[in-house]
Design a protein around this ligand. Structure first.
Ligand code: SAH
Length: 256
């Protein structure tokens, strides 16, 4: 049975029975056509999850009884932050959705000098709202107990100010000086966080690469093929998640 999951306001979860309003009730009753007795999972982005059973279903309000509180083990051991060079059109939507599935903790769109904005600009607030909606749906679908944070666009010089001493910072780079990401990850012992930088379609320019180097961001190669910007960040996230042990059965003995 597929369990439908929803991030909701924590106040809703504090009431007894749990009282769901607005959009979620519409979704439950009209779109999913759930009925009293059906079970759902409710999350408040604190890391906790409530298994609950619907008691009353209507488009404006649903009531649910608490069944069980638990803490899904879905978050990476250290923050995993993706600084994505702002790509053209709506490619960032895909990056947001997939990086949520892959375990990113935070996604920061970085307008780079070679970023092209082909689409008609949306009002700033509407764009960020849409980005957060995509991440919320991906987190619900993939069973994450927390939604990754999505920030509004942040310039590169500001973004590198977040770097702390114990952080492992990597930028995907195509130049010959880049070290294989595998070698970097094999030599790295428990970083405080992992920060990944990816250029837009045209790559980062020399000034941006110099800025990243000055912040001790390591240039890494993902192999001999040129990946599209939306592929590169996701590939980096996947291999970093693997290196952090995220792709084993949690708690199981990993030895062969
Ligand atoms: N024409 C551009 C290609 C950019 S690809 C150029 O020559 O720079 C977009 C971004 O994806 C790059 O800035 C880099 O961060 C990343 N990327 C793509 N393929 C990569 C690879 N094989 N290794 C490392 N990073 C890569």
């Amino acid at each position: 049975m597929h369990l439908h999951r929803f991030f909701v306001a924590s106040e809703w979860l504090q009431r007894d029975p749990i009282t769901l309003g607005g959009e979620v009730s519409h979704q439950l009753s009209r779109v999913l056509r759930l009925k009293p007795g059906d079970e759902i999972e409710l999350l408040d982005n604190s890391g906790a999850a409530w298994r609950a059973q619907l008691v009353e279903v209507s488009p404006r309000q649903c009531l649910a009884a608490r069944l069980r509180l638990y803490y899904p083990d879905t978050e990476p051991p250290v923050p995993l932050i993706l600084y994505q060079g702002l790509p053209s059109g709506r490619k960032l939507d895909l990056v947001l959705q997939k990086s949520t599935e892959l375990g990113a903790t935070k996604i920061v769109p970085v307008p780079a000098s070679r970023s092209v904005q082909g689409e008609r600009p949306e009002a700033g607030g509407a764009r960020l709202k849409r980005w957060r909606r995509i991440v919320q749906e991906a987190a619900e679908q993939s069973g994450r107990a927390r939604m990754p944070e999505v920030s509004d666009v942040v310039k590169l010089d500001r973004a590198i100010q977040d770097i702390g001493t114990g952080d492992l910072c990597l930028v995907g780079a195509l130049d010959e000086g880049a070290v294989g990401i595998r070698d970097v990850l094999e030599g790295c012992k428990s970083p405080a966080s992992v920060r990944l930088f990816v250029g837009p379609e045209g790559g980062f320019d020399d000034d941006e690469l110099a800025l990243l180097r000055s912040a001790r961001v390591i240039s890494v190669s993902l192999g001999s093929r040129v990946l599209r910007t939306e592929t590169a960040g996701l590939a980096m996230l996947a291999v970093v998640a693997y290196a952090l042990g995220e792709m084993s059965t949690k708690g199981a003995d990993a030895s062969p």
